[in-house]
Every structure is written in C-alpha cells, then in structure tokens.
Design a protein around this ligand. Structure first.
Ligand code: SF4
Length: 901
C-alpha cells in the first residue's frame, strides 16, 4: 500500500476528515494547526528528538554548542571579536547544517568567505560528533539515518517542507501515511512541486482529490490571490462585506482600531480562540498591542520567544552583574535597588541615599541594612575563583535570599523566566569540579541569559498574536492582519550579510541548498497565502500610513486581492482611559460623569493647564494665590529678597510652598561647593596671617595647609581625581592672593564672615559680610565671589536683573550695626577667580531699587507671585522650580510689566 501526497489547494477539511480516523499518528507544526483538524498536537521536531534519544543520541545543550562553536571560530578565523563573530556566524552555519546531510564538498571555486563558512561548519560538526552529540541544525538529517519503525502518519501544516524535514518525513511514514502538500500550477509553488517530486521518487503517490470545500472568506481571497496580476477581477467577492482593508494614521491608531474591533467581537460572545491578530513582525507590533490591550482589559497572548534578558528577571540580573563589576557605584546600585524585583524603596530612603551618596559595597550595605532592612552581605566577595557548582550554588542562594521566585510569581512571564533560569543554572553547573574565575563565570552566565528565551506574553486563553508562519494550517473565524504596508508585508528581500545570493548560488552547485532570492520571495508569498486560508468568517487588513514620520504605502498584496482601502470605522470608546480622554474635551458632558473622581480631577487639571498655556492672566495655579503674606515677622536674607525681585514665584515656591530640593551630597564641584571651599580657605588664611604676621599670605605651603584644613571643616566630599584637580585650585588661589587688590596696603581686616541683622525698608533682614577692612579713609565691606561676573540683582523696569541689593544692604544695615558711627568708604564685590574688584556699572539703575522693593512688598501684601522671570531668564539658570512653574514659551503669551504694574 503506497503512501500518499494530497496536493489539493485547500487541505483543512480533508485533513480533518482523515484525522478523525484515529489510526493515524498526526503531526502538525503548531497547536493552532492541530486544533483546526481536531487532533492532538505533536510537531515533527518532537518525533525526531524522541527517536534520536531512543537511539542514545543527544542534541548538544545550548551552552555546550556555543562553547564548541566559539572554539571552532577561534581556530578557523582567529577573529578580533570572538563573541561577536561567533554570534553573527552561528545562524548561517546552522542553515548550512540544515541544508545538506553531508557538507563534504569541494570548495575550490568558492569565495574565501563561503569557504571559511563551510570549513567552520565542517569542523564544528566534527567537534560535536567527537563529543558524542550533534547540533540542532542537523536534527532531521541525523534522525533520518536511524533505523526506526515507521508508523501510519498524517502530516498537516508543513506545506513548505525543507529537504531535511522531507528526509525525516519519508523515514517515519509507514504505508497509508498521508502528507498534505498543496500545489497549484503557478510558479509560486515550484519549490513545493520539487518536494512532491522528491517524495514521488521515494514511492509516494499523489492524490489530488478535491473535496467539496465550503467557500470561506479566506478561500475566496486565496483564489483571487493566485490569479495572474493582470486578471484580478473587479467584481466584489461573494463574502465582500466580511473582508475589509483600512488605513490608519499611526501604529497607535491601528492598534487601537484593531483591538476595539476585537473587544466588540468578544462582547458579542465570539470566543477568544476564534480570533487572531497577525503581524509579520510580531516583535515590532507586540509592545504597542500588549499595552493597549491592557488598557482595554483585553486578554492578549503573544507567544513568540523573547530572550530572557528582556524580562524583568533578566534585567535584574544584568543590573546586578554591572553593579558587582563596577564595585557598587551610586547610580547603578540605586537603579538596582529600585528595580521592581528588588526592595522598592520609598522616598524616605532616597532622601537618605541622596544626602549620603553611598559608593562601594560597605557603604551600600550599611544604608540598605539600616533603612531598608535589606542584607546585601550575600553580594560580598565576588571576585574569586570557585568550582563551577559552587558558583551556581551561590546564585541559587542569591535568588532565594532576595525571594525572586515569589516576586516573579506576580507575572506569568517572569514566573516562566525564573523556571527557565533555574533549569539553565543546572546546565551551567556542569562539569561541577571545573574551577572558574568570576570573569569567566560571569561571561558564561551572560551567554546563558542570551540563550534562554520565554514567550513574550504567556498565559491561558485570550486572543493570540501570531506571525503568518505560525498560523499555517490553523483556522479562525475572525482574522486581523496588521502592518499591510509595502516593505513590511511582504518584507523586502535583501542579501544576507554572511552569505550573499551569489555565494548561495555557487553552494547550490555543490549540493548545499540555501534559499535563493526567488525562493525566499516564494516562501513569504506562500506564507501569506496560507494565512488567508485561516480566515473562515471575517478578515480585516490594516496598515498605518505613517511610521517614524515616514509615509508608508499599502502592501501590493491588497491590490492583488482586489481590495479597496477604506477609512477605518468610527472607533467605539474601548477603555475607561479613552472615555476620559473624550470627556476632557467635552466639558458640557462632565456632569454625567461626575461620579468618576479621576475624570473630575482630570477635567479640573486640564482646565488649569489650558488656562496656564493661554494668554489669560495668571490665576491661583500660576502664583496669584491672593493670600497676603505678613512679612513683619519674617526675616529675609539677601538672596530671598533677590529671588522675590527676580521672579516672585521662585520665592513663593521655595519659602511658602516649601518645594526646595532635598539635600543631596555633591558628586561634582558645583559652583556653591566651590564657593564654600574658597570662602573657607581665604578666611582661614587671613586669620592665620593676622594671628602671626611672620606668615605670608602668598606662601604656597601655608595656602596648601589651609586648603586642606578648609576641606576638613566643610566636610568636602570625595570627588573624582580631586588630588590632581586640587592643584589647579591652589594655583588659581595663589594667583589671586598675589594681586595687590586682595589685601591693599593700609587695609586691616577687622571682621571676617560676620553676620548682621537689622531693619531695612520695612523688612527684617539678615546677612553675612565676608570681610570688613579698616582703611585710612574708612571701612570697606567686601563680599567674595567665585564667579568672575557681578551677581544678578533685582529686575529693573526693563526686566533686566541689574539692580544690586547686596552692597546697598551692606552699606545701609551691616556697617551701622557692626561699626556704628564709622565711615563707610565702599562696599564691593571681590572675585576670587579674577583677583579683582567687580565694580557696579555706572549705568546700573540703582535709583530703581526703592521701586523694586515696593514691588516686592506689593507682591507679599496681595499674595501675588506670578511666574515672571527677567527677560533673559537669568533667574531660571539655577532655579529648582522649573518643573513646577512650567515657564517655557507660554510666558511670551502672558502680559508682563516686569513687576512695575
Ligand atoms: S524657573 Fe524661572 S520662571 Fe520658574 S520659578 Fe524659577 S525663576 Fe521663576
């Protein structure tokens, strides 16, 4: 009794009929295909691996294969980047192993690249065989060499079999077996026809019996699709109303449009398993679809494999490896501790961490223990050489210590990832007695993470996202095909970077058959053709006209099927978020939705934001709170009054709303830290010289001594390369100290860093004078500046920060409070960078100071603190409140009289 090849173009019904005869062992590539013919799922791959196992042959474990492959690449090519080269070449070598049962060929006329690749594949294969195993690429060839008992088999869904698959099918199929290889008399099926010819030569018989097939939507489309391009019929298909093609603006709109239709179907009690979403590149579409499906409350499953590294668990391990390698730096460790699989510290912890800025294992261990109750001790002493199994044991304990199994259990994908990792670690622990340094083990762990994979969005039930290839042979009543744009479906076919089409052609002459350009084109087209067959009731195509701001053209397949692209149907509101978005712009409907507190709040916030962005005058959300501030008991510093006079909101946010940033340890030499340090050094130096006139202000050793003392006194942080950078600062200060202006002849410092308090223009004020010199002409009050420019003052009537306040206060308040009755000759700024007095410009509008102070009073009396910085926005340069005031271009729309109104 012969074996049969069914070549009928629409095989599902026939296969289902045959499969109902329980005498067959049914083989299908996917669960979806087995469901379509009501059979148990068993893929060809499983039959081959099982047969090989029964004969004592084992497939190399992924890490073992990778190790041997890298060794072979090193021996054959000696590349500069071994890991990268091996990673790039592995797929091509695997394709070579799949393409031929025997790679022993004469490679004389091949390019060097092709010759190297063949040599690589041969030596890799030999190395595996020497170790008693084989690569997964040669699975079917090795299985086909076995002595197996053939069984009566039905093979459905392998409509474009490779040669190695055919060899194994031929081996395992007993008499009366049947394989479904649909063909048609067009060039598209030429490779399938070759497969049929191959089997016929092996004694299989073709049976082209057609059975009466229900004219489902997909089949009708298939018929149109196969017609020559010129003869595409204009008349609409019988099932026209069940076939649609839509153009959306963006991928987001397309995803929302498709998922809204899916939700409508589910609401109409269509079972989720009857609906499929198809995208040629699942990885590109899945993230947006998964996010939107979550918003819509839709169960969506994406079953394609994604590397374990892309999971939360993989990310946690990657971050931990970086932290261990870098010795617990602040940023990376903070990121690790904030990871969802880690301790989830609160803002209190971060306030402590920022103020202490821990670096290194010991500091982090202390702060984590004290503030999080988290013991990091397990992470100590990683730079060691240990037995392989001890390393693995160390990781197992680490996973336990941090309760990773439990934390991963919150997500289906993470749970699968955790189990996959556990399995992988078992593989990694062999051979147990081998000793590895941390660097070697780390590399192997990274390799493992790269090799392991998990389904992108696993779970039970739900609507599935698939690629065309993964639904071959399946059946769905409703199919949504996304991404029907040129270059996406079908994808453009381009040369492989490892073996181009010319080299593939040369290899074909030697019996190594890799896919040519035309075969790839046929493969893609047939995948789409089989995708059409999956739809029994309704099929909807869609694409987005814009992708990354580039225009996309509709797929040529749409024209080939004679479909008109239409406007998408009006989208129903499919989620609470969409409903809220809709009502935000329809305030008249608010009342009906008043019961939604989120919406009520959102509408309020939206209105506030609209007003803030408009030309309307500022309101209470923009600083006009209208609550008078009783400043009679408030003590103002110079900087407070300056802030009030530069941008009232800056003072309001800081002092009334108390939104100032939390204390954070310096990690760089900020202007304020540098200012503190310079002030301290100069004060210590002047004091020392005054106490001992034998000392010289310009003695470099004395300066160094006082510089180090100042660092200790202000608790100067550890800055990168500070030992070297300190020398620059010492040089700068020495140059300044040598300038005669720093300590003029005849001047005698009588006060250093002296505080003052007093009443001025109705304000209680306080401040500090850096130095007061007594000179023959009177007192000189000095304020040191580390900048080389004059400080910014209050706004003048032109909105410029040019009214100086500080020196005026020195003259009016400080001098009379500290040295009553003494003559004041000058109050001045001295630059510790330039070594000179910074003089106020003669054009400085000091006469406007009373007016500016009156404006400050008015702001306080009325409770008006508008966001009104100076015209050049110098006030914003070192302001912490930018995220709160949301200044930006909106301020140009607001009326502004620079506080003079
Ligand atoms: S960022 Fe500018 S506008 Fe905003 S509060 Fe600060 S100074 Fe005012």
């Amino acid at each position: 009794m012969p074996r049969f090849i069914s070549t009928y173009l629409y095989p599902q019904q026939s296969a289902a009929q045959q499969a109902s005869d329980n005498s067959y062992r049914v083989i299908t590539p996917s669960r979806q295909a087995s469901r379509a013919i009501a059979a148990r799922h068993q893929p060809l791959y499983d039959t081959a691996t099982k047969a090989l196992e029964q004969h004592g042959q084992v497939m190399a474990q992924p890490l073992q294969a990778q190790k041997l492959f890298r060794q072979t690449v090193q021996a054959v090519l000696q590349p500069a980047d071994l890991i990268g080269t091996a990673r790039a070449l592995m797929p091509a070598v695997r394709s070579l192993l799949q393409s031929s049962s025997n790679l022993e060929c004469d490679s004389d006329n091949l390019s060097t690249r092709a010759t190297n690749l063949i040599t690589l594949a041969q030596q890799y294969q030999a190395a595996l065989h020497k170790d008693g195993c084989f690569d997964e690429g040669e699975l079917y060839w090795r299985a086909a060499e076995l002595n197996v008992d053939p069984q009566k088999t039905l093979i459905y869904g392998y409509f474009q079999p490779r040669q190695d698959e055919l060899a194994w099918i031929d081996k395992l199929a007993a008499d009366k077996s049947i394989v479904f290889l649909p063909i048609c008399d067009t060039a598209l099926f030429v490779e399938v026809q070759s497969s049929v010819d191959f089997l016929e030569k092996r004694g299989w018989s073709v049976t082209g019996d057609e059975i009466t097939t229900h004219l489902a939507v997909g089949i009708e489309l298939c018929q149109t699709f196969l017609q020559p391009a010129a003869s595409v019929v204009e008349q609409p298909p019988i099932n026209a109303e069940m076939i649609s093609a839509y153009a959306y603006g963006t991928l987001d709109a397309e995803s929302r449009g498709v998922l809204a239709q899916v939700k409508a179907l589910l609401s109409a009690d269509v079972p989720a398993r009857e609906i499929a979403i198809i995208a040629r590149d699942e990885r590109a579409y899945a993230p947006k679809l998964i996010d939107t499906a979550w918003e819509y409350g839709l169960p969506l499953r994406a079953l394609y494999s994604t590397p374990l590294l892309t999971t939360r668990l993989g990310n946690w391990i990657e971050q931990l490896l970086n932290v261990l390698d870098a010795g617990f730096p602040f940023e990376a460790t903070a990121k690790l501790l904030s990871h969802p699989l880690c301790s989830n510290p609160d803002s209190g912890f971060w306030a402590v961490a920022r103020s202490q800025h821990p670096e290194g294992f010991q500091q982090w261990r202390k702060i984590a223990k004290e503030n999080l109750g988290l013991d990091l001790s397990a992470l100590a002493q990683v730079n060691q050489t240990r037995r392989r199994d001890t390393w693995v044991d160390w990781w197992q304990r680490l996973l336990k210590t941090y309760d990773l199994r439990l934390r991963c259990a919150r997500w289906a994908r993470e749970s699968i990832a955790f189990n996959a990792l556990q399995k992988g670690l078992v593989e990694l622990s062999k051979p147990e007695a081998e000793t590895l340094a941390w660097a070697e083990f780390r590399q192997q762990l990274e390799d493992l993470l790269e090799k392991l994979s998990v389904p992108a969005q696993p779970g039970r039930g739900g609507v599935e996202l698939h690629s065309p290839a993964s639904v071959v042979g399946a059946q769905y009543s409703h199919v949504f095909v996304m991404g029907m744009a040129e270059g996406i479906l079908p994808p453009s076919i381009s040369n492989d970077s490892v073996l181009d089409f010319f080299e593939r052609q040369q290899l074909r002459g030697l019996g190594v058959c890799l896919l040519s350009a035309i075969e790839l084109f046929h493969q893609e087209t047939l995948s789409f053709y089989y995708l059409l067959q999956t739809a029994t009731h309704q099929i909807t195509f869609s694409y987005s006209t814009l992708s990354d701001r580039s225009e996309q053209l509709p797929s040529a397949y749409l024209k080939r099927m004679g479909l008109q692209i239409g406007e998408p149907p009006e989208q129903p509101i499919a989620s609470l978020e969409e409903m809220r978005r809709g009502y935000l712009r329809q305030p008249d409907k608010q009342a009906a939705e008043a019961s939604d507190p989120v919406l009520t709040q959102a509408i309020r916030a939206f209105q506030v934001e609209e007003r803030r962005e408009s030309a309307l005058s500022a309101d209470e959300y923009d600083g006009i709170v209208g609550v008078p501030f009783d400043y009679r008991d408030w003590t103002f510093s110079v900087s407070q009054l300056t802030n009030l006079g530069q941008c009232p909101f800056k003072w309001f946010a800081n002092k009334v709303l108390k939104l100032g940033s939390s204390a954070e340890a310096d990690t760089e030499l900020s202007p304020s830290l540098r200012g503190n340090l310079y002030h301290q050094v100069v004060e210590l130096l002047v004091k020392a010289v005054q106490a001992n006139p034998q000392l010289s202000l310009t003695d470099p050793d004395l300066l160094r001594e006082k510089f180090l003392e100042a660092e200790r006194e202000i608790d100067f942080p550890t800055l990168p390369a500070w030992e070297m950078r300190r020398e620059d600062h010492l040089r700068t200060l020495l140059t300044v100290l040598r300038k005669p202006d720093f300590w003029p002849d005849g001047a005698e410092p009588v006060a250093l860093e002296r505080k003052f308090k007093g009443e001025w223009e109705g304000f209680k004020v306080t401040g500090r004078v850096d130095r007061i010199d007594k000179t023959p002409d009177g007192l000189v009050l000095i304020d040191y500046k580390t900048s080389s420019k004059l400080p910014r003052g209050l706004k003048d009537s032109n909105g410029k920060t040019s009214i100086d306040l500080q020196l005026q206060l020195y003259q009016d308040v400080a001098a009379s409070e500290m040295f009553p009755g003494e003559t004041v000759t000058a109050a001045q700024y001295f630059s510790l960078t330039k070594g000179k007095v910074l003089k106020l410009s003669d054009k400085a509008p000091q006469q406007e100071l009373p007016m500016a102070i009156e404006n400050c009073k008015t702001a306080l009396n009325l409770g008006h603190y508008p966001v009104q910085p100076d015209v050049k926005r110098d006030a914003c340069r070192y302001c912490d409140f930018d995220p709160v005031c949301r200044q930006g271009s909106r301020l140009t729309r607001k009326e502004n009289h620079h506080g003079t109104d």
